[in-house]
Design a protein. Structure first.
Length: 276
């Protein structure tokens, strides 16, 4: 029996389009918020001597110090916000993909039901669990029932049909889990690079102060060094958070993938054992 290749459902296409729109809007909004925070919060006159942003920041006023770090700051703020926005979005999506209950308990329960021949009950558990793991397992179980009811198909072809169904369903579900992870991976590198750009611009200003004839302008020298260090610290901090959150989310995705593989293997093995 030939199986038509699976195509992306309208619901999945709509979900993918919504995710693309979310990513585009999130990037723009994060940069806009970064500019607003830089201009109106850090650049507030109350942070500076004589209420003038052109003057030195008040003693101990970190907002004023960061404001004087230059135009790289709002870019870094936007990148930092993007790290958290996309991490939270992925955390929610992966949580939904896990389903309503514990994935490990769900897989063990399904394995027990399959080994006991209770396929219909296992399908009902999938409906109760929901999520990507349950969708893949349910697709495999429905194919299990389908080939079991067709005595004309030999056991070997039936096993291959079940494996193919599980693989195709997995191929449809996994992209939704990994979507936007490339944004986080990119932020790992971009955060450091933009921070280094701010470092370079700060050092250029510092050396410009030294290059003036006569006594160097100590204020300009200090501002240039301060700009370099603040941008470096912000860039490294952004990349550090991006790395940690990316690895945490990747571990969650790997756990779901392992659960799918474990449940799929149990379905195939159960069919092979019961239809020798």
């Amino acid at each position: 029996m030939a199986n038509a290749p699976k195509t992306t459902s309208p619901a999945q296409q709509e979900s993918g389009n919504s995710s693309n729109v979310f990513a585009s809007l999130a990037i723009i909004i994060c940069f806009v918020i970064g500019i607003i925070v830089y201009k109106f919060v850090m650049g507030s006159p109350s942070n500076f001597v004589d209420n003038n942003p052109e003057n030195q920041p008040l003693p101990g006023n970190y907002f004023g110090m960061v404001y004087h770090a230059g135009l790289v700051v709002p870019i870094l703020l936007g990148l930092f916000l993007m790290v958290w926005v996309f991490s939270i979005e992925r955390y929610i999506v992966i949580g939904r993909a896990s389903g309503t209950g514990n994935v490990g308990n769900f897989v063990r329960k399904v394995q027990s039901l399959i080994n006991g021949g209770n396929v219909d009950t296992a399908i009902a558990e999938c409906d109760k669990q929901q999520g990507s793991v349950a969708n893949v397992v349910k697709a495999g179980l429905l194919k299990y029932k389908d080939v079991s009811a067709n005595a004309a198909i030999d056991s070997e072809k039936s096993v291959l049909a079940i494996q193919k169904e599980i693989e195709e369903t997995t191929a449809l579900e996994m992209p939704m889990l990994e979507k936007n992870m490339n944004v986080l991976a990119t932020l790992v590198s971009i955060g450091t690079l933009v921070g280094l750009l701010g470092t370079v611009t700060g050092m250029i200003k510092a050396f410009s102060a030294l290059a003036t004839g006569g006594t160097p302008d100590s204020a300009k020298l200090a501002n240039g060094i301060s700009e370099a260090l603040i941008n470096t610290a912000t860039g490294i901090g952004t990349s550090t958070f991006a790395i940690v959150l990316y690895n945490m989310l990747t571990a969650k995705i790997d756990k779901l993938t392992y659960s799918i593989d474990e449940a799929g293997f149990s379905i195939v093995q159960s069919y092979a054992a019961n239809h020798k």
